[in-house]
Design a protein around this ligand. Sequence first.
Ligand code: HDD
Length: 713
Amino acid sequence: MAKKKKTTGSKPSKKTENLAPHTEEGTDQFLTTNQGVRINDNQNSLKAGERGASLLEDFILREKITHFDHERIPERIVHARGEAAHGYFQVYESMAKYTKAGFLQDPEKQTPVFVRFSTVAGSRGSSDLARDARGFAVKFYTDEGNYDLVGNNIPVFFIQDAIKFPDFVHAVKPEPRNEMPQAASAHDTFWDFISLSPESMHMIMWVMSDRAIPRSLRMMEGFGIHTFRFINATGKSCFVKFHWKPLLGVHAVAWDEAQKISGKDSDFHRRDLWNAIESGAFPEWELGVQIVAEKDEHKFPFDLLDPTKIIPEEVVPVIRIGKMVLNRNPDNFFAETEQVAFHPGNLVPGIDFTNDPLLQGRLFSYTDTQLIRLGGPNFHEIPINRAVAPVHNNQRDGFMRQAINRAETSYEPNTVSNGCPFQAGVRDGGFTSYEEKVDARKIRGRSQSFFDFFSQATLFYNSQSEVEKTHIVNALRFELGKVTRPDIRVRVVGLLTQVEKSLASRVAAGLGIQVPAKPEQPINHIRPADANIKDYEPRAQKQQVASSAALSMANTVKNTITSRQVAFLVADGVSGTDVSKMKADLIAAGAQVQLIAPKLGQIKVSNGTRLEADQSLLIAASVLFDAVYVPGGAASAALLKKEPAALHFINEAYKHCKAVAVNREGIEVLKETYLPIEENEPGLLIDSNSKAFIKAIAQHRFWEREAVDEIPA
Ligand code: HDD
């Protein structure tokens, strides 16, 4: 009950309108026990005298400590580290031609979504900036039931069959003897497994690329990975691959930066998502689909059921069919983000599975894992998991049951409840599975159409810009450099020769080893005990395209600075005009500005006014910003050029290829750095206007600098 009710009128606030059932406001309330008894003293336990022993009868103490003792639930075995947001999805025009899914029919309709992003390997408290794939799981609360699209930011996977998933996860997780390293694939067991699993080579190209170190969760693509089916109202089916295209483009940080961010702010992605939504810069993605007619299933030089393959966008274009906007942060991390339970098996009429063996295994795993993680079969009743569609069935009881089922029956068929709940015919929205023809022998095996391990790894590598290729080489040198067993390194380099010879030789050179003349084919490790070795040999297939522009981040959107973070380095005597003009222009273009000064508190401005510093140089780090500006003001410049932290800030931002701008006396600070103060230096703006700075920030990075500039930062 409210202590003293503050009312601002009879209408609930907008926020309250959105609240799920069971939401507790937590304001203006008396403290109570879980039984609702008001608590008089929350500071002292009940004792036999002031200095006496505590009494067992203290139900307030016991309840509080007991609940606390049980606060933790098992973290997710994979994707433990994550963050989420609410929003909505809206289709652009009806997709009735392909699917009868209700949420894909009406352009007027907004379907609520809850989206959880995650890293895969690390524990719940690990750094956001690990080199890793990112989970991209979307729960659509549709009128026909919940639909989950549980994907990643990479369109392929490491393995082709779910039976290998526990092996893969055991290999990438910290090593069993000493639980090291946390949230990192750079260790022996991971690369041992990879070196024996040639099917992983395409995915390895992606995770060694900068896709695995995104600048922001808001700036990464998402993929459903598997081929799914759409089914329309006439029962006609086609194949579909799902894509999420971020409207801010696809951008990444530098590897050196990623490692530093992990120390400076290991919540970097979580904070960025939270702050963007709080500030009204709502993250947006378009949902794209690649549609393949049923008759074209076998037209590709790879198998549509193989989750280590993409359909190049040049071969089947991505049609953008709708938009997702994330516009509300969760109210409570545990209740929503931690307890949300995704499942690729949560389907709605109009969408169905294919026989991708990785997907088929997933269909078992997700419910099974929720049973242990969330403690019983009623996790669908937790508010964040509840369908908005009505739920009626004869399932009953179990741990933590919330529903109070009033019916006199819990079986079917029945007459006692007039036969209720009834089966729904197709016209009433009843789900029916696609009637795929199946006529086969029961075998444990893999189709030979899955045995082209390298062609698409080559396609990916060849589609990268020179800078991106170098980043892949360096990532492989880093990861394999951390491997302690030389034979593992040699085996991986052997696999790389089959992707691209120059890649293998560059990696080998960095590791100080020779490219093996005859790379080992790890067939013996991937074939069943009695299988014919010939059946397991890789079979290269010529791909329809030699390179694909969509695979390179170099070709992404570079026309916006929405939500970009810009650091202004300022000290006493800074030019007020420079600060206010540049700040106003950047904010008008959608960016956010922080004033960084030698210390916190007020800064004296040249015109006699004062400004409040947002952060001190002790706290701020260049790796947490997208660009740096040093305004004019002789006194400010004189102070900053004597501040090693300010000089380091600029050197480091430049090393990480970010836009740097200075005006007037700001150049004096630059002269003390390692930056080349030359005209036409890309992304270095001396006495330019804000328009040029905005254009430079929108470029995201000037990667070409890496090749020429040696900045010791
Ligand atoms: Fe998985 C979680 C994505 C293969 C078993 N997976 C999980 C999450 C994502 C994915 C995004 C986190 C969901 C959340 O935010 O709560 N998983 C994928 C993708 C895969 C994939 C894109 C391949 C294409 N997964 C996969 C296989 C298996 C699992 C083959 C098991 C056979 N995945 C799980 C799991 C998790 C999970 C153990 C851990 C926590 C959870 O389910 O809820 O069941």
